[in-house]
Design a protein around this ligand. Structure first.
Ligand code: ATP
Ligand code: LTN
Length: 332
């Protein structure tokens, strides 16, 4: 179940545009940090993104955008398997088997479903069964670790429950995954309202910094960001969520400890701190954007995704053989 004795890692990002600093810090940066010591599979989860309406032409483009961003942030296809979910049909196949081993009650408790459906009877069924497709993604690859932001923790817990339930019912089949949380940045907050998570779908573009934002846009979003009126740079998520969020971003981009940054800015105002943060973030985004431009329309990108599909399919098929045997499906 493991390759070269390295633990398996799986994660995915939806190709819904606007990949932002929350996605980068909560997920993509961890993907890169993990690629040397683990056997990782990183997916662009296009089947998840159609749980809400998508323009087909645009979906094709944003799928390639996210693939190019995976490479631009530093993923190396020689180390990590990078692929698109819909090119490996076993994800849908396993999802159905898990659907038949799950309860409507447990799906109704998922906060993401409650938030996104807002109690509407006409919410797409796919939004309700979304966590089962996500569980299939993870269990297909025998993943032990799943690097995601903390908004996804409940889905990982459900995946664990499903794996344990299936193993108890049919005998040892799935690796039970762990949620891999991070110390700093598991929840980056919206710049205009630091009580909400930074999100792709928020209407105000200044609530987030997208990885492909122009330097002038980054400057505007940071300089406008909501802080507080006491003017003291201190890390306190409850009392000072805005400045604490900016300190987190500063820390991730510089590698400095938050306490050291606070000490460095003792006596300075928010204006200077924000100006410096603009430089730091733009400096960090510049190499990502230039690599993105280089690769986005290249043949190389398509070749990397084709190779990824091949490797992922082989791993997924192994698991499906095991699962079908357990469930009692015949093989001819
Ligand atoms: P939306 O806000 O539209 O629901 P999203 O920004 O959550 O979308 P996803 O593709 O669903 O985007 O998430 C990709 C990864 O980024 C996941 O691991 C998720 O946990 C992580 N992530 C998303 N937002 C944040 C955030 N604000 N802080 C930290 N991690 C985040
Ligand atoms: N639901 C995740 C995206 C996702 C995912 C996964 C993450 C789909 N399948 C498997 C980790 C592992 C989100 O980010 N909203």
């Amino acid at each position: 179940m493991e390759n070269n004795n390295k633990p398996r890692v799986f994660s995915g990002v939806q190709p819904t545009g606007n990949i932002h600093l929350g996605n980068y810090i909560g997920a993509l940066k961890q993907f890169v940090d993990l690629q040397n010591d683990t056997d990782c599979f990183y997916c662009i989860v296009d089947m998840h993104s159609i749980t809400v309406p998508q323009d087909p032409k645009q979906l094709k483009e944003t799928t390639l955008d996210v693939a190019a961003l995976y490479l631009a942030v530093g993923l190396d296809p020689k180390k990590a398997t990078i692929f698109v979910q819909s090119t490996v049909p076993q994800h849908a196949e396993l999802s159905w088997i898990l659907t038949c081993n799950s309860y409507t009650g447990e799906l109704s408790r998922m906060t993401q479903f409650k938030d996104k459906s807002k109690g509407s009877e006409s919410a797409p069924t796919g939004l309700f069964t979304y966590p089962l497709l996500m569980a299939a993604d993870i269990l297909l690859y025998d993943a032990k670790f799943v690097p995601v932001g903390n908004d996804q923790k409940q889905h990982i817990e459900l995946t664990r429950d499903l794996a344990i339930r299936f193993n108890n019912k049919y005998g040892d089949t799935f690796v039970v995954p762990d949620y891999k949380g991070i110390e700093v940045g598991a929840r980056i907050m919206a710049l205009d309202d630091p009580t909400k998570k930074m999100s792709k779908s928020a209407e105000n573009i200044h609530s987030r910094i997208s990885l492909l934002d122009e330097p002038s846009k980054v400057k505007k979003s940071i300089m406008k960001s909501t802080t507080d009126s006491d003017g003291i740079i201190r890390f306190d998520v409850d009392e000072k969520p805005g400045i604490s969020n900016l300190l987190t971003i500063y820390s991730v981009f510089t590698g400095k400890k938050i306490d050291d940054i606070v000490a460095e800015y003792e006596g300075s105002g928010y204006g200077q701190f924000k100006k410096d943060l603009v430089e730091i973030v733009n400096g960090g985004l510049e190499p990502i954007q230039s690599k993105y431009k280089e690769i986005r329309n290249s043949e190389e990108l398509i070749k990397i995704l084709k190779d990824g599909t091949e490797k992922a399919s082989a791993a997924a098929e192994k698991t499906m053989k095991r699962v079908k045997e357990k469930v009692g499906f015949i093989s001819l």
